[in-house]
Structure formats: C-alpha cells, structure tokens
Design a protein. Structure first.
Length: 375
C-alpha cells in the first residue's frame, strides 16, 4: 500500500492538474450559480479583488448568523521551514490562501464567520523537531489572520498527532495563548487509528480544554488497497473521503475512546461519511456479530446525538432533512469546503423540511454555542 506521503503527492498532483485545466469552466460556474466554491481552486494563486455585497441569509424573515466549519487554508511561510526536506513539495496550495477574495466569497454566500484550518496533514510524516516548527508557523499565520479579521474568522490548530504528548502541548498553546477554538485532525496517523491508546494524551487535553475537534479525511489510504479507488469519478475523494470519516468515527465508538473521554466533541467532515445514512447496520453490530468485540458502553446512535457533529455537505434539502433526523438538530453544522468547488448547502438547509429553529441552529447557532464564538 502506498504510504501517506506518496498518496498525498499523487492526489495533490492530480487535483492541481485538473483544476488548472478546468479553471475557466469552474470560474464561470462559480460566477453563474450562487453557492459555488471559491475563486482559484487548489493549486491556483489567489487574486484579490474589491469587496462585494454581503448576502443576508434569513429564516422566517429573520436574519441569521451563518458559520462555516469546513474551510481549507495555507500559510505560505511554511515553505521556508520545509525547504530542502522530503516534505518540501507539500508546502503549496496558493488557492487556499487568505486574502480579500476569501472574504468576498463569504460575503457572496452570506457567511458571517469561517472557521479556518490546515487539513492535509502531510506533517504527520515529519520528525519531532520539524513537526514542531511546521505547526508553529501554521498556527502563528492563522492567528495573525484571525486577529486582523476577528469578526469574520476563527481558527483550529492542526497539531502533530504522531507525537501525542506534543500534540497536547500544541493544542493547549493554540487555545490558551493564540485564541484558537479547537483542533483539526486527520482520520489516522500513518495508518494508525486515533482510537489507539497512544493518542489518549491528546484526547485528554481536548476534554480538559473543552474544545471541538474537526476531522478531515485524506482519501482512505489507510483502508483501501493500492489503486483500489483508481478510475473514473475521482473515487479517492468521492468515496474515499467519506469512507475514511466513517471508519474514523466507528473506531472511536467501538474501541471505547468516546467512553473514556465523554467530554470530547468531534465534527466529522463530509456529513460524517456514511455513518448517519447507514446507521442501522452500525447500531446492531455489537448485538448480532459475535466477533465484533465492541467496547462501547452505549448505542452508536447515542454518540451521534451527544458527542459527534457532522457538517452539512450533502447538497440537497432532503439529504439535510435526513441528516438532521438521524443526528438530531443540535449535531449538524454548516460547512463549505472552501475554496474547493462544491455546491453550497445554505439553500439546501433553508429548503429542508425542518423547523425554522433547526435551520437557524444548523446554519450557525450550533457552532456559535459549541465554539463559544463572539458574534
């Protein structure tokens, strides 16, 4: 199986090539349809332009706050840190840069606050010293941007989880000293699931600080055989990403991690993968499979309704309704994947057959409460 570094290199090259080729088409789509992704896809340099009018998002005639939990960013200065190392090729991604175009995209969609993080997690392959420097540059860069735009942005640190004790220290520093609101993590660390007891120091710190963790996958290279998702349809993203999220959350449930740390709150990207939509099989596994070996003390659905959040990236009103029905309205939050070009879900949330109170909660209320955001 390809290791994580090889996998990231392949995906980054393929995605960048696709976006370079299709830049004109995607820009046209972005301008033509409200709710399309950001200017300059992955690998494309950002070009700042003047401000645009902020869209008011209303529920029942009332303007509501919209908070985005799922957004990509890069800090260009990290290139100097990894220059001359095996990780140098990963310090790129101009389309994820922070600038006026980012703010314009938020205004166009009607987003009031965006929660930023750096979530490709290529530094999980770094040694302790290099990983320390990488995370430090990332965190300082995000903190500086947020401090300059405190009314529009918040940030999550992305600690070096290959060293759980270091990750705990980085999280504490980011929250207490830099004002960050939580952490972003991958679905595994070089193939090791995050339910492994070695990561308990990190989870203990998350619980102590009472902050949320946002999990973003990287294509399920930890569970799919080499080239298992090769072929048309970009299956490494379309199937692999939600699959990795599903496996990640399932490990935390069945291995008892969420019982050991009942105060931990996690948000799974891409609507929690397949877990909310295929919950029935997960719910009965410990009862009907003699070899399941489950350590969880509660039904999986209870963790979904108490400790697990998911973003809204399901793209239709009916899918949003179903997600709220399975998770509960307090556990679904709005996410965009900016600057990548996915359909926006604000209108899907507004059109879903859920109550106005639930719409307001999903659009921003849940995150404002959980992240303790000042609005």
């Amino acid at each position: 199986m390809r290791n994580r570094r090889e996998f990231i290199k392949t995906v980054t090259s393929a995605t960048a090539g696709m976006l370079i080729t299709g830049r004109g088409l995607m820009d046209s789509v972005a301008q033509a349809a409200q709710g399309r992704g950001g200017r300059g896809g992955q690998g494309q340099p950002a070009t700042d332009s003047g401000p645009v009018v902020h869209r008011d998002v209303r529920v029942g005639g009332k303007k509501v706050k919209v908070v985005d939990v799922h957004a990509h960013a890069t800090i260009p200065e990290v290139a100097d840190v990894v220059k001359g190392t095996a990780l140098a090729r990963n310090a790129q991604g101009g389309g994820r840069a922070l600038g006026q175009d980012r703010i314009n995209e938020l205004d166009k969609r009607g987003i009031d606050i965006q929660v930023l993080d750096i979530n490709t997690f290529w530094w999980y392959a770094a040694d302790r010293d290099l990983a320390t420097k990488i995370v430090d540059v990332h965190d300082k860069g995000l903190a500086a941007w947020v401090n300059s735009h405190h009314d529009r942005f918040a940030a999550l640190t992305s600690p070096a989880l290959q060293f759980p004790d270091l990750a705990a220290q980085q999280l504490e520093h980011a929250v207490k000293d830099l004002g960050m609101v939580g952490a972003a993590i991958g679905g595994h660390v070089e193939g090791v699931p995050l339910s492994d007891a070695k990561f308990d120091p990190f989870w203990a710190k998350v619980q102590e600080l009472n902050v949320m963790v946002f999990m973003h996958p990287g294509g399920a290279d930890n569970v799919i055989k080499e080239d298992g998702l090769k072929g048309r349809g970009d299956l490494g993203n379309i199937i692999g990403n939600p699959l990795e999220t599903t496996v990640f959350l399932s490990h935390l449930i069945y291995d008892g991690t969420l019982d050991r740390f009942p105060g931990v709150k996690i948000c799974g990207a891409h609507a929690g993968g397949y877990l909310p939509s295929y919950l029935g099989r997960t719910e009965v596994a410990c009862d009907v499979r003699a070899n399941a070996g489950c350590l969880n003390k509660k039904k999986p659905s209870e963790y979904l309704k108490q400790q697990i959040f998911v973003d809204s990236m399901v793209f239709s009103p009916e899918a949003v309704r179903h997600l709220v029905a399975e998770m509960g309205p307090s556990q679904v939050v709005y996410g965009t994947d900016i600057p990548l070009v996915w359909p926006d879900t604000i209108d899907a949330i507004l059109g879903a057959q859920i109550t106005d109170a639930d719409k307001e909660a999903v659009l921003g209320g849940n995150l404002i409460k959980q992240l303790r955001l000042k609005t």
